[in-house]
Ligand binder design. Structure first.
Ligand code: HEC
Length: 98
C-alpha cells in the first residue's frame, strides 16, 4: 500500500514539474515586452562606441555571435543582451516586414 502511494506521489510530482517547465518556456516565448525592452536597450547601448548597427545587417546566427561578442566588449548584463538579441532577430527578417 505504502509503495503505491510513493509511486503515485512520484508520478504526480514528475508530471507537475514537467508541466511547470513547459509553462515557463511558453511564458518566455510569449513575453511581448522582451522585444520592446530589447529595442530600448539596443538604442541605449549599441551606438555608444560605433554607429548603431541596424538589425538587418546580420542574420539571426550572426547576431548571436556578434551580440555575444559585444556583450563581452561592452560589459552588458546577460538578461539585457538576451533582450537585445530577441529584438535584433525579430527586426532583421525582411520577409516578415515586407
Ligand atoms: C564598449 C564599446 C562597444 C559597445 C557598447 C558596442 N560595441 Fe559593437 N563593437 C565594438 C568594437 C571595438 C568593435 C570592433 C570589433 C572588436 O574589436 O571587437 C565592434 C564591432 C561590432 C560589430 C562588427 C562585427 C563584430 O562582431 O565584430 C557589430 C555588428 C557590433 N559591434 C554591434 C554592436 C551591438 C549590436 C551592440 C549593442 C549590443 C554593440 N555593438 C555595442 C565596441 C562596442
Amino acid at each position: 500500500m505504502k509503495i503505491i502511494t510513493y509511486i503515485m506521489a512520484a508520478a504526480l510530482l514528475a508530471s507537475f514539474s514537467a508541466g511547470m517547465v513547459v509553462e515557463a518556456a511558453d511564458k518566455a516565448k510569449k513575453d511581448p515586452m522582451q522585444t520592446i525592452r530589447g529595442a530600448k536597450a539596443w538604442a541605449q547601448n549599441c551606438g555608444r562606441c560605433h554607429n548603431i548597427r541596424a538589425p538587418k545587417e546580420l542574420t539571426d546566427e550572426e547576431w548571436e555571435v556578434s551580440a555575444t561578442h559585444m556583450r563581452v566588449r561592452a560589459n552588458i548584463p546577460g538578461d539585457v543582451i538576451r533582450d537585445i538579441i530577441v529584438f535584433l532577430k525579430a527586426s532583421n527578417n525582411e520577409k516578415v516586414e515586407e
